[in-house]
Design a protein around this ligand. Structure first.
Ligand code: NAD
Length: 492
């Protein structure tokens, strides 16, 4: 990648971001280690931020433990007020936060403005759930009262990926904090800037030690997963990282929650509304949002043979029409890939698909005028068969595979014949057909005649290698509690 100088607008933003580690309500210089953050769209260096060592982590856990003791005793109203205020502050800084994420991740500004709104909505949603930490009473006979209360687990570590930096930092801190825990957020080492800004903006709205942000890579992730002072660890990331975190957390028997990858199917039945289904297949790839780098992207489209040629032509035209451009420009339809690793991986899969015999009908190349960044044109492969790597493995980029089907049982076998089970989208006007497919498809989040949208308060998460646990719902907040059963005997 050629290097190029960032524009003056780009120079400005990272200057306003703290570069240290935030814990105990204060900024700290990392004991050793630095992460260089650069722009994937220009190659310009944006900042050097401190990288937390094992000693830094120990100090942060001490601070988080102390903060949790105070926070765990607060009333539901106090928690709600603090989280609502935090959501308002995030909203009030929407432009700057979105620009930081566009700069740091290469996602489009349009997409990142949406992410800031989504982040604030999720914080508001969890702020409203403070009184839902309810227990229950259990009948056990005369002379006894038996009841169950929920208590916070303690210090919670949340490890997040690069694709929605601000949105994940905010959405993941809210449920454990509302349940009375303290949190250590570890942003991706590739995109830490907006999380640092979040700490600066809202850290002081909570008692010291409640919200902490530590930068670092896999070593810090491993430290968080093994630290005896941390009760719960969750990761949003790849299946390989999920497996590593689960193994690492075993010795201290932490609560573990995993939101991992996807290889999601969108199925068109013969009676599908083709125009809407094609639009949905494009929307389902989340191109304007994250250049396809979304776990929920519907990257396998199964089209009935009666519609196949028409749909392939329409998808090719629709993908060709999406032009990658400068992530920071408000009119940009799609930004770039977030990291060198992502860029190499996506280009590698385009080559693999061609070698395996898939037919490239759109994209596949790098826009000449954008060769200074990690830009790849939205790409469609037709004539993909279920055994091809492009149909099995998560590309995590703007690459769509189209598969032809004719027989329902073979279709379901192919849809379910991958390691993942995160989302699926079914297109038919026949409600019975839709309900059969919903029953038969192994996925945690299913749309009928829609794709991509998330609905506040509904459980989001995956089956099989897509993870363990559900998020964006009441269950997520409750997963950061322990149940305590109390049995009282009294004189009758
Ligand atoms: P990644 O797994 O490489 O990294 C995710 C985070 O885990 C980063 O913060 C990283 O530093 C950390 N990490 C890496 N190795 C670790 C280890 N051994 N122990 C502890 N932490 C470790 O993922 P990525 O490349 O940043 O993100 C892309 C992946 O995330 C894709 O697979 C995508 O599908 C998945 N994802 C899932 C969801 C979901 O909700 N299911 C949402 C977004 C992304």
């Amino acid at each position: 990648m050629k290097s190029s100088k960032a524009s003056s607008a780009e120079d400005l933003l990272p200057e306003r971001v703290p570069k240290g580690l935030y814990y105990g309500g204060e900024w700290h210089r990392a004991a050793s280690g630095v992460i260089t953050v650069s722009s994937p769209s220009t190659g310009a260096e944006l900042a050097q931020v401190g990288s937390a060592s094992a000693a830094d982590l120990d100090e942060a856990v001490k601070a988080a433990t102390a903060g949790q003791k105070l926070w765990g005793r607060t009333t539901p109203r106090e928690r709600t007020l603090a989280m609502r205020e935090a959501a308002n502050v995030i909203r009030a800084n929407k432009e700057e936060l979105a620009r930081l994420d566009a700069l740091d991740s290469g996602n489009s500004l349009k997409g990142m403005l949406f992410d800031v709104e989504l982040a604030a909505s999720l914080m508001d949603f969890f702020a409203g759930l403070a009184t839902e930490l309810k227990g229950e009473t259990v009948p056990v006979g005369a002379g006894k009262v038996n009841y169950v209360v929920r208590e916070p687990v303690g210090v919670v570590a949340r490890i997040v990926p690069f694709n929605h930096p601000l949105m994940f930092a905010c959405a993941k801190l809210a449920p454990p904090i509302m349940a009375g825990n303290s949190v250590i957020i570890k942003p991706s080492e590739e995109t830490p800037l907006s999380s640092l800004k979040v700490a600066e903006l809202i850290g002081g709205l909570f008692p010291p030690g409640v919200l902490n942000v530590l930068n670092g890579g896999p070593d810090l992730g491993a430290g968080l997963s093994t630290h005896p002072g941390i009760a719960s660890v969750s990761v949003v990331g790849s299946a390989a990282t999920g497996r590593a975190v689960m193994r690492q957390a075993a010795d201290t028997l932490k609560h573990v929650s995993l939101e991992l990858g996807g290889k999601n199917a969108l199925v068109m039945f013969p009676d599908a509304d083709v125009e809407k289904a094609v639009q949905s297949a494009v929307k389902g790839m989340n191109l304007p949002w994250t250049a396809g780098q979304s776990c929920g992207s519907t990257s396998r489209v199964f089209v009935h043979e009666s519609l196949y040629d028409t749909v392939v032509d329409q998808l090719a035209a629709a993908f060709d029409a999406v032009k990658p451009g400068d992530p920071l420009s408000p009119g940009t339809e799609m930004g770039c890939l977030s990291t060198r690793g992502q860029y190499d991986k996506v280009r590698g899969y385009i080559e693999i698909a061609q070698n395996e015999g898939a037919r490239m009908v759109a994209g596949g190349d790098v826009p000449e005028e954008l060769s200074h960044g990690f830009f790849v044109r939205p790409t469609v492969f037709a004539d993909v068969t279920p055994d091809m790597r492009i149909a099995q493995e998560e590309v995590f980029g703007p690459v769509l595979s189209v598969l032809k089907w004719s027989d329902y049982d073979s279709l379901i076998e192919a849809v379910n014949g991958v390691d993942y089970g995160l989302t699926a989208s079914v297109w038919t006007r026949d409600i019975s057909q839709a309900m059969h497919a919903v029953d038969d498809i192994c996925a945690g989040y299913v749309w009928v005649n829609n794709s991509s949208d998330h609905f506040l308060g509904t459980p989001y998460g995956g089956m099989k290698q897509s993870g363990i646990g559900r998020e964006e719902c009441l269950g997520e907040m409750l997963s950061y509690t322990e149940q305590k059963n109390v049995n009282i005997t009294f004189e009758t």
